[in-house]
Design a protein around this ligand. Structure first.
Ligand SMILES: *Cc1c(COP(=O)(O)O)cnc(C)c1O
Length: 509
């Protein structure tokens, strides 16, 4: 059997990527059923030809995909899309299958590229390279949150153990149990406001415990810190602490802090009590792309000051619009990260000498040894759009969210969430998500389902303050404000009208 060169497959991939997407954001039930029935129930002994495998994948499996990344009207989760440059580069990554693990400057350029892309990303996010060009690419914000809490755990426990005069100080070296026991500590706590579920998961994975993630929010605003409560918890002598800032809460898109001043207060408190600050900025960190346009001043303030943190999570496969999976992690303390993640001296994995900047081996600053070249699609997309291109993309996303909220606020059938009196305030604080529910409870309990059944757009069903709600998350590079606002408003109008007709006793003529 003749095997085609990877270069030929690369050309095929590029052709596949350019096939027009069928309409609709969800697959039909027939397509799903056909795809399920096409999967063999056991491994065949004899392999099929490449052509027939390609045909099977394209004709049977692909039609049962959703339009999550491809349709501009898929507003579920926060999926982002894939820019043409990123798509191209991702195919190159597959075709050439580089392993970005050890910095071997004479063997491949890949570790250099990854390191420099971290610098470009820092530029995009207006983070000073001299402190922030440290970190790594991950599988997503969940992985980055695990890295952030792992570094925070190491830092805070080292400090706490030293304060207690203990000589066993490193979790990486001695393990969590011995450090805690020797220092007479009962554990590590994570202090946050409405953290993303993945941050709680990270606490579970790291032996901190989900129950030790505490909300220290103020009574009148569940998203923001109550500084007194925060200090009271930081002052506990039986716990080491990490403060986790929700830079973009996933339902509302709003921020846990609103400017430099709050970050300075949190920084001072954390310095005083030797706690670590981790920012979960999966999507919120991109607020830093914006310039000084007053239209977006509130959003810009939400991500202001996070350069005072110790570590920052960001997602590539969301607002950066590169393919799954891609996240990034910045850490201001490279030596500490190496302490946590060092790959205990396998001699064959040591890096070669280099004349250029000292580029760390990625295997010592993250979870994996062997790794995909995730930085290349980021590189290609950043070069292709530049700061202005990414700012334009984000502005369109924000304007679409605000146009939709504007309509919902005045609409008889729907309620904009969080409930506020002033439309100006609501629009001012809107980033790229729209949270809402139907006024009638009976419609509301099925609202997401009814919207998604139209297959013209897709929203996430969620819950807000104990009742069902819908969330529109706008993250695709293809956003067109007029076109997409008209579609969303039309779908919501139709769903509300159908509902009114179905509850009406009088026959409609
Ligand atoms: C999406 C999201 C995550 C999880 O990201 P993954 O990329 O799915 O792992 C974490 N935090 C926030 C705020 C998010 O929006």
């Amino acid at each position: 059997m003749k095997s085609p060169m990877n270069e030929e497959i690369l050309q095929d991939l590029w052709r596949v990527a350019q096939r027009p997407w069928k309409s609709g954001v969800l697959p039909s039930s027939e397509d799903l059923a056909r795809a399920r029935a096409s999967i063999p129930s056991t491994l065949p002994n004899t392999g099929a030809s490449l052509e027939s495998v390609q045909r099977h994948v394209l004709d049977d499996i692909v039609p049962a995909f959703n339009g999550g990344s491809i349709s501009p009207n898929y507003y579920g989760f926060i999926t982002g899309g894939v820019t043409p440059a990123a798509l191209f580069a991702d195919n190159v990554v597959s075709a050439y299958d580089q392993n970005v693990q050890v910095h071997l400057p004479n063997h491949s350029i890949v570790t250099d590229v990854e390191f420099h892309v971290l610098g470009l990303l820092a530029d995009l996010l207006r983070l000073d390279r001299s402190t922030w060009q440290n970190g790594t690419f991950t599988t997503g914000a969940t992985a980055s949150n695990i890295l952030g809490l792992a570094c925070g755990r190491e830092f805070a426990l080292r400090k706490a153990a030293r304060r207690k005069g203990s000589s066993v100080t490193s979790v990486g070296e001695n393990g969590l149990y011995e450090v805690l026991q020797d220092a007479g500590l009962s554990g590590v706590q994570v202090l946050s406001t409405m953290p993303h579920s993945s941050l709680v998961k990270a606490a579970g994975v790291l032996g901190i415990g989900r129950a030790n993630v505490l909300n220290v929010c103020s009574a009148d605003n569940v998203l923001q810190f109550d500084m007194e409560k925060l200090e009271k918890n930081l002052a506990r002598t039986d716990k080491a602490s990490i403060v986790a800032i929700s830079c973009g809460e996933v339902n509302t898109g709003r921020f846990a802090t609103s400017g430099m001043e709050q970050l300075q207060i949190i920084r001072q408190l954390c310095d005083k009590y030797e706690a670590w600050i981790h920012v979960d900025g999966a999507f919120g960190v991109f607020g830093r792309i914006l310039d000084n346009n007053p239209e977006f001043a509130t959003i810009k303030k939400g991500s202001e000051g996070i350069h005072l943190a110790d570590s920052i999570t960001g997602d590539g496969h969301k607002l950066l619009n590169v393919p799954y999976d891609c996240g990034f992690f910045f850490c201001r303390h490279p030596e500490l990260a190496v302490n946590v993640f060092q790959n205990a001296n396998a001699a064959y994995l040591t890096a070669g000498a280099s004349d250029g900047p000292s580029i760390p081996s990625p295997l010592n600053i993250g979870i994996e040894n062997s790794r995909r070249f995730r930085a290349l699609p980021v590189y290609a997309s950043l070069l292709s759009y530049g700061r202005d291109g990414y700012m334009d993309m984000l502005q369109r996303q924000i304007r679409l969210a605000r146009t939709i909220y504007d309509w919902i606020f005045d609409c008889a059938e729907f309620i904009a969430l969080p409930e506020v009196i002033s439309k100006t305030d609501l629009l001012d604080q809107t980033f790229m998500t729209v949270l809402f529910r139907a006024k009638d409870d009976r419609l509301n309990c099925d609202l997401a389902k009814k919207i998604n059944e139209t297959s013209r757009m897709f929203v996430s069903g969620t819950s807000w303050q104990g009742a069902p709600a819908c969330r529109i998350a706008i993250s695709n590079w293809r956003v067109n404000v007029e076109r997409d606002a008209a579609l969303v408003i039309d779908v919501l109008t139709q769903v509300a009208r159908q509902w009114l007709l179905s509850t009406c006793d009088i026959p409609i003529r």
